[in-house]
Design a protein around this ligand. Structure first.
Ligand code: BGC
Length: 364
């Protein structure tokens, strides 16, 4: 072999080695995907930050995307994460039916798929972690009904209490479960003639602007004669509250929310939103990350099997999914300080924004 040939061969070998090292860049870490329906609801961005940090602390590389309520885009983003070689994907599904396509395809390629907070309707997912969503609905309806003092409602004098139901996004399985819980409280009252349902609507995309529009129309149709609103989260509840406010009904007509958001809790201390629901994402995010870590390492996880039929209220659904559900807490004017502020879930300054100094409790 000539010297020149040996030199060229050596240069080529070094070049090949460098190229292959460059190709390996970052691949030392196992990749995990985070797929979000949207960042319009306060909690999802917070959970993205929480989960990213927890994953990175465990040495994972994170690929995160949000789909701005676009069902097809979310499936494309999931497919793309699989192409990028993720070992696991945590999904907040925009649509529990549509996401099943991408989730199943990922699972069939050996990717661990975790449905986060919202169910994805396929037994191919590795796990589903969420909160007690039916209890969310019960607590929303109970909070509103007790503010109405429904036990002592003067049906003879005033007629049944006129109640509006505002559900969440119909493509979100949780919205169905919240409604199930709400109806467990409302149906018997309706049968007993204590309440009357004057409107029953679903708020597309959980969008506050949609809720405002719906509520305006409901108020016009009812000539403002409504007594209570069971809304399904803080975003839509506060949207509807704007319509109530415009008619001088804020703080008079009880209304529910969910998520104990900063604006929701601020509205509670102002006496406008009646009730929210605390679901502590500081517990759900670590639960999801520990679970994904265990599943990636092939360790056994502490989960319980549920049938898709019971998770969806749809007896035609086949298969089962390992799950874990965390508790939920009703937040109202009486306990918001202890439950939300003292626990650090929301900051004192956010919750008591615009409240005069003299009317605020002491800082915790
Ligand atoms: C979640 C709620 C959230 C809503 C809108 C539901 O699936 O459980 O916490 O407010 O989606 O994003």
């Amino acid at each position: 072999m000539s010297r020149k040939f040996r030199l060229v061969t050596a240069i080529l070998l070094v070049a090949m080695l460098m190229t292959s090292l460059a190709g390996c860049k970052g691949s030392g870490k196992v990749k995990v995907g985070l797929s979000f329906s949207d960042f319009a609801t306060e909690r999802w961005k917070n959970e993205e930050i929480l989960m990213r940090k927890l994953l990175e602390d465990k040495g994972y590389e994170v690929i995160s995307q949000e789909a701005a309520h676009d069902v097809k885009l979310q499936n494309d983003q999931i497919d793309n994460m699989v192409t990028q070689g993720v070992k696991a994907i945590i999904i907040v599904a925009e649509d529990g039916d549509a996401a099943a396509t991408a989730a199943s395809a990922a699972a069939k390629k050996g990717v661990i798929v975790l449905a986060y907070d919202r169910l994805i309707k396929t037994p191919d997912i590795s796990a589903y972690v969420s909160f007690n969503n039916v209890e969310v609905g019960r607590q929303q309806a109970l909070g509103v009904m007790s503010a109405l003092n429904i036990d002592n409602w003067d049906v003879a004098g005033k007629g049944p209490a006129r109640v509006v139901k505002l559900g969440g996004s119909p493509t979100d399985n949780n919205a169905i479960l919240f409604r199930q819980g709400q109806d467990e409280i409302l149906d018997p009252l309706e049968k007993a003639g204590k309440i009357e349902i004057v409107a029953d609507q679903w708020v597309e995309n959980w969008d506050a602007a949609n809720a405002l529009k719906l509520m305006e129309n409901i108020l016009v149709a009812a000539g403002n004669d409504i007594d209570a609103v069971v809304a399904s989260n803080d975003g839509t509840g506060l949207g509807a509250l704007q319509a109530l406010k415009a008619q001088g009904l804020a703080g008079i007509v009880p209304i529910s929310g969910q998520d104990a958001t900063a604006p929701g809790c601020n509205s509670i201390v102002k006496g406008e939103l009646t009730v929210s629901i605390l679901k502590d994402i500081r517990d759900l995010s670590p639960l999801a990350i520990d679970l994904v870590d265990q599943l990636i390492k092939g360790e056994k996880a502490d989960l319980k099997m549920y049938t898709l039929a019971e998770l969806t209220n749809d007896p035609s659904m086949k298969g089962e999914v390992p799950c874990k559900f965390l508790p939920v807490y009703q937040v109202n004017k009486g306990n918001v300080y202890d439950l939300v502020v003292k626990s650090g879930f929301q900051s004192y300054d956010d919750v008591y924004r615009d409240i005069p100094e003299a009317q605020r409790p002491a800082k915790p």
